[in-house]
Design a protein around this ligand. Structure first.
Ligand code: NAI
Length: 334
């Protein structure tokens, strides 16, 4: 069977890591027909739109996408294409497994870090509702709803129960934001009551950041509203070798878009040295999602073998290989 998958290469290092990932997926033997569509800077140049309708048309056909990072200008300029895509397709779960690869040299290399982030993906301070009240005074609205909080909590607990995870920890700042984060917490508690087999805990976000650095191996499933989820994702990526490593999935009821946690890495774009591991691990999640579990496992095992060997790693994780050399070594292992 041939799988039709939307491929959005993206900006910066996006095309480099997307090409590497497409080669690796094909090497697993799974038959894929890529529907390549552009979003981001290239799309804007060619069509006048950062997020052209062709992207939605493709995802409507395929229901599954693999996406490189897309640049969002800081402080002014266009709105985030990523946020728009997640909202329009209602990709309400942002799923990010954080696991140490074998052989990787990091400050935390001896710790068995294996945690999973469930980040709410559609609201919170990312609702993008900002205005100037009077000159030099601006407001950003933090929107938290029961609907969105219940469904992300349910996704986290269902996952924990299915995968035999021990504990779900809800991360919040309800001591200060008593109404908004308070509602989020009440929803997490309500859902947790349906899963007595899964331990439930709560932690204030600032303390959680410290505990994650001091005792990362004690965390299991983390359940967070959008902004804390975004920040804590990068923090936890730093525990297991950095943004070059960590994969992710944006999941909705009808669509799934797989993408790395990292951005466009403008400092290394075009140099052929980006680490494609994060998008490749995202592709492994994608293969499992489309029912190709054996190929996903084969890919993951080959990746772990390349890391354990340590001879063909990219610069961000202490090696000297180019994106192409790393990819060739991985394909040879597959
Ligand atoms: P970034 O993730 O692009 O880069 C942070 C640091 O990590 C840089 O030093 C970079 O070289 C390194 N890095 C990231 N990915 C790497 C990889 N695969 N291999 C080796 N090193 C890697 O974050 P930054 O600089 O904050 O954002 C740059 C742009 O990316 C911004 O426009 C931002 O809006 C966008 N962005 C897009 C995302 C998406 O499309 N999902 C997610 C995060 C940021």
């Amino acid at each position: 069977m041939t799988h039709k998958i939307t491929l959005i290469p993206g900006d910066g290092i996006g095309p480099e890591v997307a090409d590497a990932t497409a080669r690796v997926v094909e090497a697993t033997g799974v038959s894929v027909e890529w529907d390549r569509v552009d979003a981001g800077v290239k799309a804007q140049r060619e069509t006048g739109k950062f997020l052209p309708d062709a992207v939605f048309a493709s995802l409507e056909r395929t229901r599954v996408g693999l996406k490189g990072p897309i640049a969002t200008p800081i402080a002014s300029g266009h709105a985030s294409v990523n946020v728009a895509l997640r909202k329009k397709l209602d990709l309400y779960v942002n799923f990010r497994p954080i696991k140490m690869l074998p052989g990787l040299k990091t400050r935390f290399q001896d710790l068995p870090i294996d945690l999973v982030i469930f980040r709410e993906n559609t609201e919170d301070l990312y609702s993008g509702i900002e205005h100037e009240v009077v000159t030099d005074v601006v407001e950003s609205l933090k929107v938290i709803t029961k609907t969105a909080s219940m469904r992300i909590a349910l996704a986290a607990f269902e996952y924990a129960a299915r995968e035999n995870r021990q504990k779900v920890t809800a991360i919040h700042k309800a001591n200060i934001m008593k109404m908004s984060d308070g509602l989020f917490l009440r929803c997490c508690r309500e859902v947790s009551a349906q899963f007595p087999q899964v331990e439930y805990g709560e932690m204030i976000v600032d303390n959680a950041c410290m505990q994650l650095v001091m005792r990362p191996e004690t965390f299991d499933v983390l359940l967070l509203p959008n902004l804390y989820g975004d920040i804590v994702s990068d923090l936890t990526a730093g525990l297991v070798g950095g943004l070059g490593i960590v994969p992710g999935a944006n999941l909705g009821k009808y669509h799934a878009v797989f993408e790395a946690v990292h951005g466009t890495a403008p400092d290394i774009a075009g140099k052929g040295i980006a680490n494609p591991t994060a998008l490749i691990q995202s592709a492994a999640l994608m293969l499992a999602h489309i029912g190709e579990r054996d190929a996903a496992k084969k890919l993951q095992m080959a990746l772990e073998a390349v890391y354990a060997e340590g001879k063909n790693l990219t610069g961000d994780v202490g090696g000297a290989a180019s994106t192409g050399q790393f990819t060739d070594a991985l394909i040879a292992k597959i």
